[in-house]
Design a protein around this ligand. Structure first.
Ligand code: AQP
Length: 298
């Protein structure tokens, strides 16, 4: 599909790294927004393979994953007749603009990025210390800024973990425009009220992540329904057994309630009412069924 930018519709840009199998967090935080936006906007959805190589990748595996990401886009309801889907490394302007933006970005800007701090210290990341990870991992928010700014993007639909990177994009665009004249459009970030940060099933204090060390962390969009159901039944829960949404005191059940609510369309308030007097076992059994039907349909 070719973009017709002569219409007055807003330009939407977003992407997913082919760094693993897509999970419910990617779907509920980002892809559902994309599906909603594709009818009213000029949408560009990229597979950001240069971002994925900021950590070590197996070349053959990476090629396969790039196609898997596109398949996940299509299975989630992205219509290739309405949107542009492409692979980042096919367009050399991404890395060219990234270099130009590197020359106005400051080390202090990147030092503030919380995702880098979290990712750099993962034990599987080349030594697990900030000093031994790749420069690419440190610099990746600048490449993301280039991805967004290249297309005169109006809005960037992402999950909560990417908000800081879109804010950096705005800062770099504003700084560039101040120093060199009006070149870049300043993009807005679009984040869902509910589902912007789906947490890991094995640890509700950390976000669900493609590169988590255990598959028990996530429901992959490619999980067989029975496997996904088992993961829900084994998901970590909180100490008292009441089904109540309370992010601070009951982060595990609150996360499961968010997933349940988004997949079923039943509000969290109604779930609390429906499960009054019932325990985690009943709740998880019903959620497992909901997840199974979702996976079977997608
Ligand atoms: N847990 C999440 N909840 C809600 N949204 C999420 N996203 C990621 N995790 C969650 C959103 O999905 C989009 C694509 O993510 P990405 O490929 O850019 O990588 P990421 O943000 O670093 O996500 P992952 O899954 O944790 O990948 P790895 O493990 O490779 O780093 C983004 O819009 C993101 O916000």
């Amino acid at each position: 599909m070719e973009l017709n930018l002569k219409n007055n519709k807003p330009i939407i840009f977003s992407g997913v790294q082919p760094s693993g199998v897509l999970h419910l967090g990617n779907y509920l935080g980002a892809l559902t927004q994309w599906v909603e936006m594709q009818n009213q906007s000029n949408c560009i959805f990229c597979v950001v393979d240069y971002h994925a190589i900021t950590v070590k990748q197996e070349p053959k595996e990476l090629s396969r994953r790039i196609l898997d990401v596109v398949k996940a886009y299509l299975a989630s309801g992205i219509n290739p007749e309405k949107v542009v889907i492409f692979q980042q490394s096919d367009i050399t302007a991404h890395t060219e603009l990234a270099w130009i933006l590197n020359c106005i970005a400051r080390v202090a800007d990147l030092n503030k990025m919380t995702q880098f701090k979290e990712k750099a210290c993962l034990p599987d990341r080349q030594g697990g210390s900030k000093e031994s990870v790749s420069v690419g991992l440190f610099d990746y928010p600048v490449l993301m800024a280039a991805d967004i700014l290249l297309y005169n993007t109006d809005s960037v639909p992402v999950g909560d973990d990417q908000v800081q990177h879109v804010e950096l994009t705005r800062t770099l665009a504003q700084r560039f425009n101040r120093e060199y004249g009006q070149v870049f459009k300043i993009p807005e970030v679009a984040v869902r009220k509910q589902g912007a940060r789906i947490m890991g099933l094995d640890d509700p204090t950390k976000k669900m992540s493609k590169s988590a060390s255990s598959p028990a962390n996530y429901i992959a969009l490619t999980d067989a329904p029975e496997i996904a159901a088992k993961k829900i039944m084994r998901a970590v829960t909180d100490s008292s057994s009441k089904i109540k949404y309370d992010l601070k005191k009951k982060p595990a059940i609150s996360n499961l309630m968010t997933i349940y609510s988004l997949l079923s369309g039943v509000s969290v308030k109604k779930l609390e009412k429906d499960y009054q007097g019932k325990g985690y076992g009943d709740f998880k059994k019903d959620l497992a069924e909901t997840v199974k039907s979702f996976l079977a349909e997608h």
